[in-house]
Design a protein around this ligand. Structure first.
Ligand code: HEC
Ligand code: HEC
Ligand code: HEC
Ligand code: HEC
Ligand code: HEC
Ligand code: HEC
Ligand code: HEC
Length: 311
């Protein structure tokens, strides 16, 4: 529990001088992207979770993860929960000091367990594989690198202030300014957020095609006709404040679109169909099979029924 306490204390310190950023941030999904199982609302609200997948049965009771094949069973304490369940909550446990990713995850849309995304591609050869996928050293470092924050003192779960702004110690001691992110242009911001949300180059380089790339916003947005590397109105920060929770109200984004599409100068075209809820038609929601979640396509466009998904 010590790391959590540290994060809370640091944020309280920041809130003295930066309340607009530090007060809402702890409640965001990013700040909670990784949690101790005791802090997982999903595990607290579901004291017992079970699933039968083929010949294996799964059971999560409090923070104990068990898989059984009828004759034998394995039980591990959950070390960490990843994600908040919209596109999944996955559990990481350890065996002999090696981290494993649980083969089943919790999904809000079904209010229960199903295969972790990708896990159904490789059938388990034994009970341990049925429990989870052994993570390589690099794989584990990346996984924790995107879902947690390493400070000089400890590993803090979640994406905390220091993960984006750099070390706070000198700033707190001398008020030496921290990393300024405000000056960045749209492309630099895409690459900054893309450290975790994946950059255009990451996705193009790996050749990830089809609906699987819809969750990589920097890639999708760059491919949209609206995108201009120099124009901050179309950067991630034009629509999102990383210190606040995602706004799920379509109307919230109208002013962001109309910053360009309201007939001003230089004029981008004006819609003949509607003056409100722009994103409901132009940023369609698309489900990645197996994710139980419809991601928002950031390739802003005229989307017609029966259109093929544009890569
Ligand atoms: C005692 C007041 C105080 C506390 C506590 C404090 N800051 Fe600051 N912070 C400032 C001041 C003043 C500036 C402006 C410094 C400058 O630009 O010369 C600043 C600047 C910043 C900036 C740069 C903003 C910009 O415009 O680029 C960031 C980021 C930041 N602080 C983050 C933090 C974080 C994170 C914490 C908590 C660990 C924190 N601050 C705690 C007073 C404080
Ligand atoms: C250190 C990695 C990291 C960086 C850098 C990062 N994110 Fe995230 N972000 C995440 C993770 C992990 C999640 C998933 C959180 C969850 O649901 O568990 C997320 C979720 C989000 C969400 C969705 C929140 C929700 O309610 O579902 C938004 C919006 C978002 N990030 C925007 C941004 C923006 C904008 C930037 C750049 C300023 C950024 N992120 C930078 C890791 C990161
Ligand atoms: C390159 C950075 C990166 C790596 C590596 C990474 N993630 Fe994520 N993860 C994200 C971001 C960003 C999101 C939010 C957007 C999305 O759902 O694609 C996310 C979303 C998730 C979600 C869904 C969250 C929700 O609230 O629905 C889960 C579960 C998850 N990650 C687990 C893991 C696990 C477990 C690993 C390691 C085996 C891992 N991730 C590796 C960046 C990363
Ligand atoms: C996911 C990355 C991310 C995290 C986490 C994050 N910030 Fe920021 N922060 C940014 C970005 C990007 C900007 C620039 C915003 C802009 O230009 O609109 C920023 C700007 C700021 C500023 C300057 C605001 C201004 O108007 O000049 C302060 C102060 C700040 N953040 C404090 C914090 C504190 C305190 C925390 C932790 C509670 C935190 N940030 C967590 C990305 C982040
Ligand atoms: C023109 C506005 C706009 C811009 C620019 C934008 N987003 Fe979004 N974003 C949205 C909307 C709208 C949603 C969906 C909100 C909802 O669920 O109702 C969203 C949702 C998200 C989510 C949640 C996952 C999902 O698919 O629902 C993440 C993560 C995210 N954006 C990250 C980013 C990143 C990173 C960037 C920069 C590359 C970015 N966004 C740029 C409008 C924008
Ligand atoms: C930075 C300015 C800017 C922002 C912000 C912006 N756009 Fe655009 N958008 C453009 C430009 C420039 C074009 C291409 C020329 C034109 O249509 O005027 C374009 C094109 C479009 C098109 C036509 C695409 C096609 O396939 O022909 C649609 C639809 C659109 N934008 C909708 C939106 C919506 C909805 C939003 C908010 C979610 C938005 N735009 C935000 C500048 C912007
Ligand atoms: C009900 C769905 C819907 C909503 C809501 C909507 N649009 Fe459209 N929009 C369309 C359709 C359909 C077209 C294509 C019309 C056509 O056939 O020329 C279009 C076309 C456009 C174009 C291209 C115009 C051209 O002349 O090429 C832009 C830009 C655009 N919309 C922006 C917006 C913005 C900004 C908003 C919010 C203020 C918005 N739209 C709201 C459905 C919608």
């Amino acid at each position: 529990m010590i790391p959590l306490l540290m994060a809370a204390l640091v944020v309280r310190e920041c809130a003295r001088c930066h309340p607009a950023e530090a007060k809402p941030h702890p409640a965001t999904s990013m700040a909670r992207a990784m949690q101790h199982p005791a802090d997982s609302a999903i595990l607290n609200e579901h004291p017992v979770l079970t699933a039968q997948k083929g010949k294996y049965s799964y059971r999560i009771e409090k923070n104990l993860y068990t898989v059984t094949n009828g004759s034998a069973s394995l039980t591990f304490p959950i070390s960490w929960s990843f994600g908040l369940g919209d596109a999944g909550q996955t559990y990481v446990f350890e065996k002999d000091g090696i981290p494993y990713e649980s083969r089943v995850s919790f999904f809000r849309a079904i209010d229960g367990l199903d295969w972790t995304l990708g896990a159904s591609n490789s059938p388990p050869a034994n009970l341990l594989e049925a429990a989870g996928r052994q993570m390589g050293t690099q794989d584990a470092a990346q996984c924790f690198g995107c879902h947690s924050t390493k400070t000089q003192a400890a590993l803090e779960p979640g994406v905390q202030c220091e993960r984006c702004h750099g070390s706070t110690e000198e700033h707190l001691a001398t008020l030496k300014p921290m990393k300024k992110l405000r000056a960045a242009d749209a492309e630099e911001i895409s690459n900054f957020c893309g450290q975790c949300h994946r950059t255009w180059a990451d996705v193009a380089g790996k050749g990830i095609l089809g609906v699987n790339n819809v969750r990589f916003q920097p890639y999708r947005l760059t491919n949209s006709k609206c995108f201009d590397v120099d124009d901050r109105r179309i950067s991630c920060l034009g629509c999102h404040n990383p210190h606040q929770e995602l706004d799920r109200n379509d109307a919230h984004y109208d002013a962001k679109c109309q910053a360009c599409h309201a007939g001003g100068k230089p004029a981008a075209k004006v819609c003949k169909v509607s003056k409100s809820n722009c994103v409901s038609c132009h940023m369609p929601k698309i489900e990645i099979p197996g994710s139980h979640y419809r991601f928002t396509d950031h390739q802003i466009r005229i989307a017609r029924a029966n259109d093929r998904y544009p890569n």
